[in-house]
Design a protein around this ligand. Structure first.
Ligand code: 5AD
Ligand code: SF4
Length: 484
């Protein structure tokens, strides 16, 4: 069981989405089908994969039955994410039966976690490729064509795909994800990401700015800077040459160090009409400097995704989050002080190892303290190989995890509604993203705080433009109003 409120970092409506691109120039006559699961980083990676294969002449298709190469970009974060992928692979078996020349590949976190085990377990899989090995894909496909099975799950300390300009897949031409770093060094005890995505490394800021500028020039109006822990973004100019960390001696006066606040500012300065979002912030690393930068620029959205995971200090310690309840509250106070009108969302895990009823109540009271705008809420799911799996028993019975989750979800629904209602009567600047799902007489778009706003289409306004919308009412998840 999993509950998600709408947002872009892990958009439930996009799970399993197949990606389709414009026809390629040097068509090699073969068609690629690629489907993605999991976080925004995975969707962004699929764009890199499609770009690498488009270079080799692959066209994309939205029907896997017609494809020569079928890729599934996978997520390992919870067990049910993996189950979903396995079921999907069974569905591909039928297509492969009819077309034995079809190449089926597993990419992403599950590929990295299970490595060649995949080839043994799932007989129809020909290629297994981890998140740092996508440049090798054309070569791996060649190997499969020669009758071999191909695996590359090497993780890298340098790969950021900085020079690959991702093709934008299924894009509305308005919002885009831009990856600014890869991997994670935090080792939260429940999390498989440090094992599947490897060590943390930051991408050259100039390539980030160039990509965002290019998007803006093409008409995009919102970029979301992505990383597992954006607040630890750090780039030293002397890294440019070989990607390695400079030693103390190398860091002369000329060395340019770019931190996340600096990068945010560089992107914000591209154009006042380019909205800047980012995800994910880590409570231990988010600095006042970042908060002041958000406050300084109108086009940096007042919205921070700040996963708390638990409201109890003992559980946070077991989770290896390296902050406690008081620290987290202080960071929230700092956000409220420096950016008075800032939306905050979070991630919560219920039923982590040894969590008592009282400790669970600390999570509920934390929710009362912060009054989150949104939350992603999960029951703890033990992942093989993680620190928690090695050290602690997964000892909270499933029904108790589920009951705690239910309480957390109920409380969040209450606060999401309270937060939405605070917009009533206000005029919000909305970036029009397209027609609303329900009617082509209405537009939809988001305000600065990432809330969805629906309002009647008005002459003179097009998707990609900003509109000032008076919010008149709201449902549990959407604001409704009219352009003024
Ligand atoms: N079980 C449940 N939730 C998890 N998350 C990460 N690992 C697990 C796990 N093993 C959640 C965390 C994280 C979000 C992306 O997924 O809340 O912030
Ligand atoms: Fe996982 Fe923690 Fe890294 Fe997030 S910060 S990816 S939860 S290890």
């Amino acid at each position: 069981m999993e509950f998600l409120t709408p947002d872009k970092t892990h958009d439930e409506s996009r799970q399993g989405e197949a990606l389709v691109l414009e026809p390629v120039e040097k068509n090699n006559g073969r068609k690629l089908y690629i489907e993605s699961y999991g976080c925004a980083m995975n969707f962004s990676d699929s764009e890199i994969v499609a770009s690498i294969l488009a270079e080799k002449g692959f066209e994309t298709t939205s029907d896997y039955n017609n494809a020569d190469v079928v890729f599934i970009n996978t997520c390992s974060i919870r067990e049910n994410a993996e189950t979903r992928v396995r079921n999907r692979l069974k569905e591909f078996a039928g297509a492969k039966g009819k077309n034995p020349g079809m190449v089926v590949g597993v990419l992403g976190c599950m590929a990295e976690r299970l490595k060649s085990k995949f080839l043994e377990e799932e007989k129809l899989v020909d290629v297994v490729v981890g998140p740092d090995a996508y440049r090798d894909l054309p070569n791996l496909i060649d190997r499969v064509d020669e009758g071999q099975r191909a695996v590359n799950v090497l993780l890298s300390r340098e790969e950021t795909y900085a020079d690959i300009s991702p093709v934008r897949l299924n894009s509305n031409g308005i919002n885009a994800f831009v990856s600014i770093m890869r991997g994670c060094d935090n080792m939260c005890s429940f999390c498989v990401v440090p094992f599947t995505r490897g060590r943390e490394r930051s991408r050259d800021p100039h390539s980030v700015v160039a990509e965002c500028q290019d998007l803006f020039d093409k008409g995009y109006r919102e970029v979301t800077l992505l990383g597992q822990n954006v607040d630890s973004y750090k780039w030293n100019a002397s890294q440019l040459a070989d990607g390695s960390e400079p030693s103390g001696e190398d860091l002369g006066e000329a060395a340019e160090v770019v931190n996340f606040a600096n990068l945010l500012e560089m992107v914000a300065l591209i154009h006042p009409d380019l909205r800047v979002r980012f995800s994910t912030s880590h409570p231990k690393d988010i600095t006042d400097e970042v908060l002041y930068t958000i406050a300084k620029y109108d086009n940096i959205c007042n919205y921070i995704h700040l996963p708390v995971q638990s409201g109890n200090s003992r559980i946070l310690d077991l989770m290896n989050r390296t902050y406690d309840r008081a620290w987290y509250m202080e960071r929230v106070d700092a956000i409220r002080r420096i950016i008075p009108d800032c939306a905050i969302s979070t991630d919560i895990i219920t039923g982590f190892c040894t969590e008592t009823e009282e400790e669970h109540n600390d999570t509920l009271t934390m929710m009362d303290y912060v009054q989150y705008d949104y939350a992603y809420m999960f029951m703890y799911s033990e992942r093989p190989g993680t620190l928690a799996a090695k050290r602690y028993a997964d000892d909270i019975p499933e029904p108790i995890k589920a009951m705690r989750l239910k309480q957390v979800v109920a409380k969040q629904q209450q606060y999401s509604y309270v937060r939405l209602q605070q917009h009533l009567g206000r005029v919000e600047k909305v970036l029009i993203e397209g027609y609303s799902k329900k009617s082509d007489k209405d537009y939809c778009g988001r305000n600065d705080k990432n809330a969805m706003v629906v309002f009647p289409v008005q002459e003179g306004y097009k998707p990609g433009q900003y509109a000032n919308v008076l919010v008149e009412r709201c449902t549990t998840a959407t604001l409704i109003g009219k352009i003024i």
